[in-house]
Design a protein around this ligand. Structure first.
Ligand code: GN1
Ligand code: MG
Length: 356
């Protein structure tokens, strides 16, 4: 990862505020795409987030900022905490420098994120804030939203990318990835019922993993969703499945000890109870897709990680060579566990009555 001096970052910040020299920066490393810093003042008080957009993944920053602005305008409600992007001195929501586009947003005081949880209250709150996000955006005109990454969660397209990588990768890489490749053969067929399904298109967050939800440090209430770059059209089961895979599994998404990968029913019940607090907007066909959504999302993420491994780790930041492969096997293992719980989830979603 490229490193930046304090002065370089202060210079970028000075495009947005006058007293940039009084701030210092610490990297936030749980995102795999963008480069992010927490900006704190001389009293060590966190005040802003400064972020460089990864232009390989997100070539059109203006389109991203337009989608985010559209959504944030609607999300300004009492039950949803306000996040604001600072305008630059030239009245823009980002500035372009030689090495990319940068933006600054307000840091929410006393907030915290969790990478994983074992706390049902957190699971409940996560479900609740996702259903608030969707109920507020329910009436949005989806045609206003640009496709930031076309076919982001399109399994057919991701399958083609995977098959292409399989053809072009080395024999050695393919041998190392044998187990992960075998997994795909069992999981693809399970997802057939979601193919060509007619289902509403909504404005989705498209990256609702647990650590993209801000919680209050004081009472653990969910405040809002962060990491808004993939706000674009999608299906509700994307946001459902992405959250579920990171809440119901108490291990991180690149966990190597597969025995630690869980489908925790208590957390699942709490998450779905949280969702039910504002989920009246969901149509019958959407409700029907939810159980399989919890297999679809970990699987498609695993497939993308495996494809990136076979391609030589070009897309995701990795901290060691086989991290994408570990992530793929871990995600496939969770997808397989979720596939065994389809009846449990169906009962829970329809009757609120878990058959434990
Ligand atoms: C990427 O950068 P981050 O962590 O917010 C990815 C998501 C994956 C996630 C894996 C634009 O998000 O789709 O779920 O890594 N975002 C993009 O944790 O590819
Ligand atoms: Mg993201």
């Amino acid at each position: 990862m490229q490193t930046y001096s304090n002065t370089a970052l202060q210079n970028i910040l000075s495009n947005f505020i006058d007293d940039a020299k009084k701030y210092h920066f610490s990297p936030i490393t749980n995102g795999l795409i963008n480069t992010t810093f927490l900006v704190s003042d001389t009293n060590n008080y966190p005040t802003y987030i400064l972020q460089r957009v990864n232009s390989d993944v997100f070539p059109d920053t203006a389109a991203i900022m337009q989608n985010i602005t559209n959504a944030l305008n609607v999300l300004q409600q009492d039950r949803y905490a306000k996040i604001e992007f600072l305008k630059s001195k030239e009245n823009k929501k980002y500035v372009s420098t030689l090495d990319g586009d940068w933006r600054v947003l307000t840091y929410l005081n006393s907030s915290v994120v969790y990478n994983t949880t074992t706390n049902p209250n957190i699971a409940f709150e996560a479900g609740k804030i996702i259903s608030i996000f969707h109920s507020l955006l329910e009436k949005e005109d989806t045609t206003k939203y640009k496709d930031i990454i076309p076919n982001f969660h399109n399994l057919e397209v991701r399958k083609k990318q995977f098959l292409k990588a399989l053809k072009t990768t080395s024999v050695e890489q393919k041998t190392i990835a044998k187990k992960a490749i075998a997994f795909t053969n069992t999981l693809f067929p399970i997802l057939n019922p979601l193919e060509n399904i007619k289902i509403p298109i909504r404005v989705c967050h498209n990256d609702t993993k647990l650590n993209n939800i801000l919680f209050s440090k004081i009472d653990n209430k969910a405040l809002c969703l962060i990491d808004l770059d993939t706000i674009m059209k999608g299906h509700f089961f994307y946001d459902f499945g992405d959250a579920l895979r990171t809440i119901v599994n108490t291990a991180p998404e690149d966990e190597k000890d597969l025995d630690k990968i869980t489908f925790n029913k208590e957390l699942c019940i709490a998450f779905i109870n949280g969702l039910n607090t504002s989920s009246r907007f969901l149509t019958e066909v959407e409700v029907k897709t939810l159980p399989l959504g919890s297999v679809f999302m970990p699987f498609i993420h695993g497939l993308r990680a495996l494809t990136d491994y076979l391609n030589g780790n070009k897309y995701y930041k990795v901290s060691y060579k086989n991290q994408n492969l570990d992530r793929a096997i871990s995600l496939f293992t969770f997808a397989e566990k979720a596939a065994k719980e389809l009846d449990f989830m169906t009962n829970l979603i329809y009757y609120g009555n878990p058959s434990t």
